[in-house]
Structures are given as C-alpha cells and as structure tokens.
Design a protein around this ligand. Structure first.
Ligand code: FAD
Ligand code: EPU
Length: 340
C-alpha cells in the first residue's frame, strides 16, 4: 500500500485543477485491501474515494485521506450459450475493458466506448451514452462497506440505478468502496442505434449492418468530434445533467421555443437538453478567468490553463443562475463537487 502526505491531486483529476489531500492511500495489491479493511477507519465527512478523477471538481482540499483503489483484473466467471458474465476489478480502465470485451467477441458495451474513468466508478452514476446505460448490462457490484469494513454484494436492482444516479451517489454516498463489478454481455450482437446521430455516423462510414466493433468505432468518432479532449483542456464531460421536467412544462416551453430539443423519459417526464438551454443563455464559448464554456459543446466547462476549482464553480453558478432566470429550470451538476 502506497501512502503519501500532503499530496497534490492535480494529476488525479481531469479538470487538472490544483487541490491537496492530507493523505493519499493507494491500494495496489489484493493484500492491501485486506490490510485497509482491517486497519483503516474511513470517515465519510473527511475522507474521499477517487477513481480516475474524471467526474469530480475540486474547489477545496481534502483534510483527510484520498483513497485510490488501483486493483486490476478482468475475467469471464460464468457463461451460457448466449451470454457471458464478466467480472472487472474497480481499478480497470473503463475504455480498455470495453475494447477487451469486443476483442473477446462479447457485445453490450460498444455504445459506452471512450467514457473516461475506471470500472469501479461506473455504477456510481450509472454511466450512459449513445442510448445505453450501465444498468442495461450490470449484474452485480461487490463492495467493502466502509462503515464496518464488511463485504457486501449488491444486485443491479439493489444499486437503485437511475439517470446519472444510484444509491452510491445518494443516501449511501461514500459508504461503499466498489471493489468489483459484474457485467452480463452477449455472444450474439444486436445493434442499438436509437441515439440520434449514431446511424448517420455509420452511414457516413459506409456501414449498413455494423459489427459491435464498428458501432464502437462510430461512437469514438462522434465523441472525439463533439467533446473537448481533457488532455488538452481539462474538463469532466457534461457539467450538468439534462433536466427531467413534467410533460406539461416540456410542452409549454416547446410552444414558446419551437427549436427546443425534447426527449422522451419515463414516468410522465421529458428530458430537455441542458446544452441547448445554456447555449440559448449565451454562454457557449464564454470565459470567466481561466474557466470557460467549451466552444465545442455548451455543456462542458473547461480549464483553459490555470483555472482554479473555485473559478470553475463560480462559472457553473453563473450559468445555473442565468438558466433559472430565463427558463425557470434548476440545472443540477453531474460531477461531484468538493467544496472548500
Ligand atoms: P471519479 O471521478 O474518480 O469519481 C466519481 C465519483 O465516484 C466520486 O464520487 C467518487 O468518490 C466515486 N468513486 C470512484 N471510484 C469509486 C469506487 N471504487 N468505489 C466507490 N466510489 C467510487 N459519464 C457518462 O456517464 N457518460 C459519458 O458519456 C461521459 N463522458 C465523459 C466525457 C469526458 C471527456 C469526461 C472527462 C467525463 C465523462 N463522463 C461521462 C464522466 C465520467 O467519465 C464518468 O462519471 C466516470 O464513470 C467517472 O469515473 P472515474 O473513475 O474518473 O470516477
Ligand atoms: N446542443 C446544443 N449546444 C451544444 C451542444 C449540444 O444546443 O453546444 C444540443 C443539440 O440540440 C444536441 C443536443 O444538445 O442535439 C444533445 O447533444 P449531445 O448529443 O451532445 O448529448 P448531450 O445531451 O449534451 C448526453 C450526455 C453525455 C453523453 C451524450 C451521448 C448528459 C448530461 N450528458 O450529452 O454524457 O455522452 O449524451 O449519449 O446526459 C457525461 O455525462 O459527462 C457525458 C458526456
């Protein structure tokens, strides 16, 4: 187990903002996890679990311990004629797991290609993209309950997954350290091409009946075109969730704004486009100190160089205020925000 004191977190978050942790603990081997479970008392108020740092904004320091679970490994643990059950350790890079699954001839993860971060964080917000969510493939999640350092396995239902949500982001935030996830993948591929733009991307590649790998390639092309590269300009992907509003409100707004995108959602709700709302308020491409709204995508806040977490948070607050003023809609941030 690697430990360091007063550690910089700048290289450990995709916004690349400076922040410090009083202590950094890195679990590198299976034995480390046993030692950690035996000796460490995790304090939800003070300590933090960090994966790849691609969905977090540090606007303050961590007075306690930042825990990194870097255990890797992936394997098939069960199979039938039609499906396989794949188990991945929390420290596995998500996109590499997707690539590996496709190389094995398993499908189900292709639409989730190129999402940054580690496998252990995938259930935290039920990662989703291009018409598929983790919920579509998740079988179970193995965790260490940090309240009493006991092991607990949650079925997919038990994780209470929703749109960019789960029990691990809500009531049980910071209680469970995800150690492994299990995914039910398919041996026979059926393309899911409902997301606007995916079919036309394949058309532009000259592909009529795609393989899973070709769907993955199309998703990668779309993502590289649409989203700013965090290695160039620090960001955390979408900074806000797309708002879920009642049917009535969506219809009323759509009457007033004829070009407003409205998407179907469950339980009598509709999903609006946060990017569209932000762009209408004039924020796309605007800058506030070192923080800016991406010129490529209005939903992505970027670090133009030396932004602090506080500057990015200030920009997010200004955007939230103006969307509320113009549309009477409260945007909800997607990444975790560590406040001072
Ligand atoms: P971190 O940012 O390190 O952590 C996120 C949260 O999970 C924190 O609350 C942390 O405490 C908790 N956590 C992390 N690991 C564990 C663990 N092992 N056990 C318990 N809790 C843990 N997300 C999408 O859903 N869809 C997208 O299309 C998408 N596109 C993105 C594009 C870009 C360019 C970027 C930068 C981000 C994007 N994201 C997207 C957000 C992000 O990639 C995902 O949320 C990802 O799952 C975060 O993984 P991470 O390992 O970086 O988690
Ligand atoms: N749009 C604008 N201005 C922009 C960009 C987009 O008005 O600058 C409008 C357009 O009408 C466009 C619509 O927004 O058609 C939707 O845009 P896009 O297809 O890029 O999707 P999104 O709703 O902005 C969501 C997820 C992404 C995910 C993509 C693809 C959320 C909060 N974001 O973005 O997830 O990759 O769909 O499925 O749900 C993330 O969570 O970090 C993330 C990147």
């Amino acid at each position: 187990m690697k430990r360091s004191d007063n550690a910089s977190l700048k290289q450990l978050n995709s916004f690349a903002v400076e922040a410090r942790a009083a202590q950094l603990v890195e679990i590198e081997r299976a034995e480390d996890l046993q030692v950690f479970a035996r000796e460490f008392r995790f304090d939800r108020e003070r300590d933090l679990i960090l994966g790849g740092g691609s969905n977090i904004l540090f606007a303050g320091d961590i007075d306690g311990t930042v825990l990194l679970n870097r255990l890797v490994g992936r394997k098939v643990i069960d199979e039938s004629d039609d499906t396989v059950l794949v188990e991945a350790c929390a420290g596995e890079n998500w996109h590499r797991l997707v690539e590996w699954s496709l190389e094995q001839g398993f499908s189900g993860l292709e639409n989730l290609s190129l999402i940054p971060g580690l496998a252990g964080a995938a259930p935290i917000q039920n990662i989703g993209a291009y018409g598929v969510e983790l919920a579509d493939v998740l079988e179970s999640v193995e965790t260490l309950d940090l309240a009493d350092n006991s092991w607990r396995v949650f079925s997919a239902d038990g994780c209470r997954l929703g749109y960019r949500d789960s029990r691990f982001k809500g009531v049980d935030a910071d209680r469970y350290l995800v150690t492994r996830i299990r995914l039910r993948l398919q041996r026979r591929f059926t393309a899911k091409l409902t997301y606007p733009g995916l079919r036309s991307e394949l058309d532009s590649m000259g592909i009529i009946e795609p393989t899973a790998k070709q769907v993955s390639d199309a998703v990668v092309r779309l993502r590289l075109r649409k989203l700013p590269d965090p290695a160039v300009n620090g960001n955390a992907g979408s900074f806000f969730k797309n708002p879920l509003v009642t049917d009535g409100l969506a219809n009323a707004l759509a009457q007033e704004h004829r070009d407003m995108p409205v998407y179907p959602a469950t339980d009598g709700m509709r999903k609006l486009s946060a990017a569209w709302l932000i762009e209408q308020c004039g924020w796309k491409g605007r800058r506030l100190g070192g923080a800016a709204v991406s010129e490529k995508h209005a939903l992505v806040l970027v670090n133009r160089g030396n932004a602090s977490g506080a500057e990015l948070l200030e920009l997010a607050t200004a955007i939230t205020d103006s969307v509320r003023e113009v549309f009477a809609i409260d945007l909800v941030p997607e990444p975790r925000i560590v406040r001072p």
